[in-house]
Design a protein around this ligand. Structure first.
Ligand code: CMC
Length: 436
């Protein structure tokens, strides 16, 4: 794999060492510096891992400069147009698109795991009614490790496959149950006649009580189901992002996979990552009116103000976020269908227009990212704002379990253990209370 080398010389030590330079299938060459400490007695410093590849992976490829996103080699726009979330989940996990028989088997197996132990509901019910659903997700998904631990052999590929299928199947059920706990409504069991996305919408919005009854044709509207599939496809994986890297790091210790996925959920929650879609809506509510956009743009540009335009910018995409380009179209389609559009939508479009023309945002290549639009679509689908990051969690589970399986199957895997540049005190002697 190392078809080139890069020489690093140190005049003081009077030596030159060749380090292997790996060429992947696509993307930048990657320098293997594993021997650096041995040869030169130093580490590398790369806060935020902006220049560091933490692993080899064959799942997802991103070219941030060109705005390219591939799942197992397939461009995201082709998958978004032709595929379903569950088919994409199969692709991520298995590396190839399924035949129709393979897909039928996969879907049937997911339906087979689509239940939760009744005792798990006890965990959900233990939360206060106003608990944030992401807090509940971290706890409840983590508690699955208590249900599936003693019989689990993570060294067995079949056990890993089954654990992954379980997580994929149970995530929407747990998510909808957490939501209904916060509204005080009855838990709705999954239905085998509905597909993955329809089932989730049904568990969210169906009601046995006439008082809260919403017509099934409204929440299972084909455009809503299509939009949900699309959002789940776009969020399914994004190579070594913060939450996936968290799952990998936790898994590298050999920890229980359900606990590792709970760690990923915690990392996803932050507003710089998956929490951005919720933060976009909170920001729009705070702006409140189109007339106040210039004031908030000025705040985003002010170095003394910590305010940032949520849903703008990306660590990797510096030209455009291909997911945002795809989703923007659906966002406009859904908004055009609404008889009484939420005024926040006009505000979002006004903000998008102004920010895209502003030099500050142009110079720094800050374009609307996927989460600028995903929150707006979720709002139009009547998904409550606190649930937005939970939606991301359901989708990203497909990526997390694929990365977990890839890592666990890698014979060269090692526990993740970064180094540091120590800037604390030098060695000093302990002083008693009297001496301090
Ligand atoms: N609003 C205003 N200024 C910004 C923003 C923003 N949203 N994002 C970056 N900047 C500025 C930043 O102040 C800096 O300016 P300067 O060079 O003058 O100091 C410059 O742009 C580069 O910023 P950075 O912090 O070095 O960029 P980063 O790659 O470390 O951060 C980011 C990427 C996504 C965390 C950041 O752009 C951000 O906080 N965006 C808002 C939150 C958001 O929408 N996150 C969701 C990302 S998409 C979902 C996902 O894939 O997880």
């Amino acid at each position: 794999m190392a078809n080139k080398t890069l020489k690093i010389s140190d005049e003081e030590l009077g030596k030159t060492v060749s380090f292997p330079l790996y060429e992947g299938t696509l993307g930048h060459p990657t320098l293997d510096i594993q021997a650096l400490n041995k040869e030169y007695g130093c580490f590398t410093f790369d806060p935020g891992f902006a220049s560091t590849a933490s692993c080899k992976s064959s799942i997802t490829f991103i070219d941030g400069d060109e705005g390219v996103l591939l799942y197992r080699g397939y461009p995201i726009d082709q998958l978004a147009e032709h595929s379903s979330f569950l088919e994409v989940a199969y692709l991520l996990m298995h590396g190839e698109l399924p035949s129709s028989d393979q897909f039928a088997e996969f879907e049937a197996e997911i339906k087979g795991y689509s239940n939760i132990h009744e005792n798990l509901r006890g965990f959900i019910e233990g939360f206060h009614y106003d608990a944030h659903p992401m807090a509940m997700m971290v706890g409840v998904v983590g508690s699955l490790s208590a249900f599936y631990h003693s019989q689990l052999d993570i060294d067995d590929p079949e056990h890993r496959r089954i654990s992954s299928m379980r997580m994929l199947a149970k995530m929407p059920i747990i998510a909808a149950a957490c939501f209904r706990h916060t509204t005080g409504e009855a838990f709705i069991y999954p239905r085998t006649d509905l597909d993955y996305c329809e089932n989730f919408l049904n568990m969210m919005f169906s009601s046995p009580s006439e008082q809260f009854f919403i017509n099934e044709a409204d929440y299972l509207d084909p455009l809503a189901v299509k939009a949900l599939n699309l959002l789940f496809i776009l969020h399914a994986d994004h190579e070594q992002n913060a939450s996936t890297s968290t799952v990998r790091l936790a898994s590298s210790t050999g920890a229980n996979p359900y606990a590792c996925i709970a760690a990923g959920i915690a990392a996803l929650w932050g507003p710089a990552h998956g929490g951005a879609n919720e933060a976009v809506l909170s920001m729009l509510a705070e702006i409140g009116d189109v007339s106040r956009i210039p004031e908030f743009i000025a705040r985003a540009k002010d170095k003394n103000d910590s305010f940032r335009l949520m849903g703008f910018g990306h660590r990797v995409y510096k030209n455009h976020d291909p997911r945002a380009t795809i989703i923007r179209k659906t966002c406009h389609e859904i908004l055009a269908k609404q008889e009484n559009p939420d005024p926040l939508f006009a505000l979002a479009l006004g903000l998008e227009e102004i920010a895209l023309k502003d030099e500050y945002f142009i110079d720094r290549k800050l374009y609307p990212n996927v989460d600028f639009y995903s929150g707006i679509i979720y709002k139009a689908l009547n998904i409550p704002v606190e649930m937005f990051t939970v939606m991301f969690t359901i989708a990203r589970t497909a990526g997390w379990v694929s990365h977990w399986q890839e890592l666990m199957a890698d014979p060269a895997k090692r526990i993740g253990r970064p180094r540091q540049l120590y800037t604390g005190k030098g060695v000093r002697d302990y002083k008693s209370f009297e001496q301090r």
